[in-house]
Write a protein that binds this ligand. Structure first.
Ligand code: UT7
Length: 334
């Protein structure tokens, strides 16, 4: 079986905070943030939740694909910031959309989450287990952000993106790269996990609510420089590895759809690979870093702007907490 993306959708909260708003909270400036990150504003939930955004992005992706909710066999939500632990976000999306035939679960691989969720769904589809999957990345990082820490609060935003994947029924012979199913490259290194952490509020450790709200370890904490160095080394390596593994030349790739964390990271990856920056679309100026939602939001924008053409090959590349990182090749056959 081969499988492909046949529709995309996204949901972005309308409320925004620009860099001037952040500069009222911590000692920073619009100039510093734009120069060091490329981010100008971020959208923040104001009544929405991780689950409501996931459901709306999913609904839009199904509409875009022309596929009914009943046809969906698998709903996979990648998130680190769901408003519910139980039931999982994917079950809530199922309820909202009426996708009663789907099996549903969530996946946490931080900012690499969408790439890993995409790979997971592809494995089910290409194995012939399911035919149609709805893969969603949805995040309300504003709930995990320490708004007193200028090293992190300048970076993150909220939003959701989704893709519908469907098996096309044809059989991929031999090498998986033939027929559109490419072997992904993914890595994890828990030994370096301390670079980006956030304690669960359920690990309350005897603290009162008030103490917990004031304890920085219950918000995202990051060694920014360590993550930066890790990203600019590991992402080009993973992209080079995935191209080699699937015998695809870099020139065959139309776009590298990278996790949107920092413009300087994207620029450094492009430079290391020797690929023109025009092949690295970016929207972090508007949304900041939305973790596992960033890749599907960008993919949806490109799809709706008509930038994706049948037959194009794309690379999806993510990196983040874990540490984890990976790259997958997608053939656009919509
Ligand atoms: O999804 C993956 C998640 N994470 C990432 O991708 C983050 C990767 N890392 C980064 O994007 C960057 O490391 C940051 C944007 C977080 C920081 O940029 P940087 O160029 O690495 O800055 P820095 O930490 O080296 O700090 C440089 C200076 C320091 O001042 P001194 O010591 O040179 O006087 C900082 O105190 O900038 C200062 N600084 C700030 N100044 C104004 C740090 N944060 C800020 C700020 N506003 N927000």
């Amino acid at each position: 079986m081969t499988a492909t993306i046949c529709g995309t959708g996204s949901f972005i909260p309308s409320y925004t905070m620009d860099n001037h708003d952040i500069a009222r909270l911590v000692d920073t400036s619009d100039e510093w943030i734009q120069e060091r990150t490329g981010i100008a504003r971020r959208h923040i939930i104001h009544g929405e939740t991780t689950i409501s955004m996931a459901a709306e992005a999913g609904r839009r992706a199904l509409e875009n694909a022309g596929i009914s909710a009943e046809e969906v066999d698998l709903i996979l939500v990648s998130t680190i910031s769901s408003n519910l632990l139980l039931p999982c976000a994917a079950c809530e999306v199922q309820k909202e959309l009426g996708a009663k035939n789907a099996v549903c679960f969530d996946l946490n691989a931080a900012c690499t989450g969408f790439v890993i969720a995409y790979n997971t769904a592809m494995a089910y589809l290409s194995g012939g287990i399911y035919r149609t999957a709805l893969v969603i990345g949805s995040e309300s990082l504003s709930n995990l952000t320490n708004w007193k820490d200028r090293g992190t609060c300048i970076l993150f935003g909220d939003g959701a993106g989704a893709a519908v994947l469907q098996a096309d029924g044809s059989v991929a012979e031999g090498f998986m790269g033939q027929g559109g199913n490419y072997i992904p490259v993914t890595h994890s290194d828990g030994g370096r996990g301390g670079a980006l952490t956030c304690k669960s509020r359920h690990d309350f450790n005897g603290l009162t609510d008030e103490k917990q709200w004031n304890d920085a370890s219950y918000y995202m904490q990051m060694d920014g420089q360590a993550v930066f160095k890790f990203a600019v080394k590991s992402v080009p390596e993973a992209i080079t590895e995935v191209l080699k593994l699937n015998q695809v030349n870099a020139e065959e790739i139309s776009f590298y759809v990278m996790h949107q964390a920092n413009r300087r990271i994207v620029e450094a990856v492009a430079k290391r690979l020797g690929v023109p920056l025009e092949k690295f679309p970016m929207n972090l100026f508007e949304y900041g870093n939305t973790s596992s939602a960033s890749i599907p939001i960008l993919l949806d924008e490109m799809n709706r702007e008509g930038r994706l053409v049948k037959g194009q090959k794309l690379v999806l590349a993510g990196f983040g907490a874990g540490l984890s990182w990976g790259a997958s090749i997608v053939e656009w056959r919509r």
